[in-house]
Design a protein around this ligand. Structure first.
Ligand SMILES: [Fe+2]
Length: 456
């Protein structure tokens, strides 16, 4: 492979690391808040050495972990998720059916009911130990028969985990719910016109919100390494499913666009659903997808792929059957996040990643703050950690806490775990932990406090 033919996702700040390492007692600038005691875990694609993946999204999952305790950064380690795919097995059985226990587990890592799970939307979750060893795929005692999205949502009041699975063969879309204790208690098929790539969804206190958008499956694309692509003919719809009527979805037609990532959703005082997400307009979606694709990508494609979505808001009125759409801000951002304790509830702040910046949106007042990193540095998803994370005092301001992000240098030099004060995002970092290597730009992660049951 010549340099000019090297795909974007194998070079620069995306370039995979060749091995697994451990380091202890990491150098810290500033002061780590002692109450940040737990683990920050982040997942992303990392092809094996000598085996480049055809698409950024299909590399084997690798989890990078940083252990913080009592003001110290005790360790960093990185581990591939030991999937059957890593061992060379194919998801497609000889009879053409899909084995969901095989998958690259490269997109997210979460904790629920005492389980740490590495997620990818094509497969079952893979359970990890707190030390990042792989236990294996999990189908919840045989009850999960579809893939599991990498973007499940935990209801902050009930503790239930809502999610869905999609596939290219029927059932194209299935809703699922785990109890707070981690048992799969509900599954319901949802009728959609065809197989689309449904990356994320939202919940409110009473609805699940589905995004049926024109990124459709085709066998022709599958032969080129990524089976989903933009489809002008499919249309675009947002669906509301009452959580007490699984499978019953009311759809609202919207302008064709693509969304990887939802910021949040909530029910307003009039009973309408307010959904915020990072939205790619049709032309941006096509350019972004081309930039990410398996073909050799030049600087223009890399720029397109580095983020051309903007924060949008849809207001869906179940009583009137209407939907409105508003652009919230002109900045190009991705990876929107919200305080986990406000998922599905009214929330004032969204955090996101811009070009070499962490961005905080006040969606009520309209203010925007940026933490600029410099043009040679790329921010990863910014995860909000509430203050007093090991005990939750009443009356905490929504942004009283920290943002954790792993930064990646375009020249491959050492990454940092930045700890920003979420009330003062533009200010200097509270702390910066220097990691022992450059961590490739990846996807999503979680802060897992030691208070999480059975994980410490
Ligand atoms: Fe994602």
């Amino acid at each position: 492979m010549t340099a000019s033919a090297t795909p974007m996702h194998m070079t620069g700040h995306f370039a995979p690391v060749p091995d697994e390492i451990d380091a202890v007692d990491l150098p810290v600038e500033g002061a780590l808040p002692p109450e940040l005691t737990g683990r920050y875990l982040r997942n992303g694609p990392n092809p094996l050495p000598g085996q480049p993946s055809p698409h950024w999204f299909t590399g084997h999952g690798m989890v990078h972990g940083v252990r913080l305790r009592a003001g110290r950064a005790e360790w960093y380690r990185n581990r591939w998720v030991r999937t059957k795919a890593l061992a060379g097995e194919s998801m497609i059985r000889p009879d053409g059916t899909v084995d969901r226990s095989v998958g690259v587990a490269n997109t997210h890592v979460i904790a629920h009911a005492g389980r740490i799970m590495a997620l990818v939307e094509s497969s079952f979750p893979h359970v990890l130990t707190p030390e990042l060893a792989t236990v294996g795929p999990c189908d919840f005692d045989g009850r999960l028969t579809t893939a599991m999205t990498a973007h499940p949502k935990t209801d902050p009041v009930s503790g239930e985990l809502h999610f869905f699975g999609y596939g290219f063969a029927p059932p194209f879309l299935t809703y699922h719910r785990l109890s707070a204790a981690g048992e799969l208690v509900t599954s319901a098929e949802i009728a959609v016109p065809g197989p689309t790539m449904m990356h994320d969804f939202a919940i409110t206190d009473r609805h699940a919100v589905f995004l049926d958008l024109p990124m459709t499956f085709s066998l022709e694309r599958l032969r080129r390494g990524m089976p989903y692509g933009w489809d002008d003919a499919y249309g675009a719809r947002i669906g509301l499913m009452p959580l007490d009527r699984p499978g019953e979805v009311t759809w609202f037609d919207v302008d064709p666009a693509y969304v990887f990532h939802v910021g949040n959703a909530a029910t307003d005082a009039a009973g309408r659903v307010v959904l915020d997400a990072a939205r790619y307009a049709a032309a941006d979606a096509v350019a972004m997808w081309d930039g990410l694709g398996p073909d050799p990508a030049g600087p223009a494609a890399a720029a397109a792929a580095s983020g051309s979505a903007r924060m949008y808001r849809w207001v869906l009125d179940p009583a009137a059957g209407t939907v409105t759409e508003t652009q919230l801000d002109d900045r190009r951002v991705e990876f929107p996040t919200v305080d986990d304790e406000r998922v599905g509830r009214d929330a004032r702040y969204r955090y996101a990643v811009g070009r070499s910046a962490v961005v905080k949106f006040d969606v009520t007042g309209g203010a925007v703050a940026e933490h600029a990193l410099g043009a040679d540095t790329v921010a990863g998803e910014a995860v909000f950690v509430p203050s007093a994370t090991n005990g939750r005092p009443a009356g905490r301001a929504e942004d009283d806490g920290w943002l954790l992000t792993i930064t990646t240098r375009k020249d491959g030099s050492a990454s940092q775990l930045l700890v920003l004060d979420a009330t003062d995002v533009a200010g200097p970092p509270v702390a910066a932990v220097t990691l022992p290597r450059g961590v490739p730009s990846g996807f999503h992660g979680s802060w897992i406090p030691d208070a999480e049951p059975e994980l410490s």
